[in-house]
Design a protein around this ligand. Structure first.
Ligand code: TMP
Ligand code: MG
Length: 286
């Protein structure tokens, strides 16, 4: 049905079920479809030429806006908490308070740095941020077919927007839920706005945004894309859902985590740095 699903990076628990969902969504028509995607390590690359690519937070952490001393502290946080994020031997219940701790400490450090809003664009320009191969086609195709794309990120909204803006793909069909910076009247970071979004409370974030999902109530067919098991709840706010196809990128600790990804995502993409499969699915649906 979709040749790209035979790529060696593609794993499915139940290929027949995937075909059924796809067929059902295709029959319903692309005007009933919405896409909900995570950002870091889902729309952006995990690695390039063997080197890790930055998350939104890393873009800022590694920039000239952060003092050397603060960089060391942020790196220590990353080295402490990232292994916990991807540890398959710990439960979500056990990880959740630790993830809140990570985000809270990181944001406190960033606020101390007196970051200037007008320098964010330069920092993104100078960074090694990289969207996955095929991103142009992905964003442009969704735009051409007027399919809404919600980017739901526990990263930093201001940075994320700058990345897609500089890539020329921040089209009118894109909406972002994320952590946004709050600047004082002179344009210096003073806090983060609203409720914190971390990797394990996307369900709560989705339920807070009922207005968005109400607007999209004629689109009960969802394509969900993520790289963390926490991303699976991003569609919990969708009203009267009919079909959901979940595509998961498994980037790291593949052997330990493969079974849990196969159990929860319909299509698992192992160490696949491209958007070829999501693009093929979108072409099939439109
Ligand atoms: P996402 O929801 O867009 O994937 O963003 C969450 C990612 O951000 C998650 O994989 C962890 C990462 N992160 C950092 O790299 N540095 C940080 O300081 C924090 C708090 C999160
Ligand atoms: Mg992610």
């Amino acid at each position: 049905m979709i040749p790209e699903l035979s790529k060696p990076s593609v794993f499915m628990r139940d290929p027949q079920r995937v075909h059924e969902i796809l067929q059902s969504m295709m029959k319903a028509g692309s005007n009933t479809v919405q896409v909900i995607s995570d950002f870091d390590m889902t729309l952006t690359r995990f690695a390039y030429n063997g080197k890790r690519c930055p998350t939104c937070h890393n873009i800022l952490d590694d920039s000239k806006l952060i003092s050397e001393d603060c960089k060391i502290q942020l790196k220590e946080l990353l080295n402490t908490y990232y292994p916990i994020e991807i540890d398959s031997s710990r439960s979500v219940e056990e990880k959740l308070p630790l993830m809140v701790e990570w985000w809270t400490k990181a944001h406190e450090l960033l606020v101390q740095q007196k970051i200037r809003k007008d320098l964010l664009a330069v920092v993104v320009q100078e960074s090694e941020a990289m969207l996955r191969e095929g991103y142009q086609l992905f964003f442009d195709h969704l735009h051409e077919h007027s399919i809404p794309l919600l980017i739901f990120s526990a990263g930093i909204g201001d940075i994320l927007e700058e990345v897609i803006n500089q890539a020329g793909v921040f089209h009118s069909n894109v909406k972002v839920f994320s952590n946004y910076m709050d600047f004082d009247e002179s344009g210096v970071l003073k806090a983060f706005k609203g409720e914190l979004i971390h990797i394990y409370n996307k369900r709560e974030g989705a339920l807070l945004n009922t207005g968005h999902f109400q607007e999209l109530r004629t689109r009960p067919n969802v394509l969900l894309m993520g790289d963390s098991l926490g991303d699976l709840t991003m569609a919990d706010g969708v009203q009267d859902m009919e079909n959901i196809l979940k595509i998961g990128f498994l980037n790291d600790k593949v052997e330990e985590r493969k079974q849990s990804y196969l159990d929860s995502y319909d299509i698992v993409l192992v160490k696949d740095e491209t958007l070829e499969v999501p693009n093929a699915v979108l072409f099939y649906l439109t």
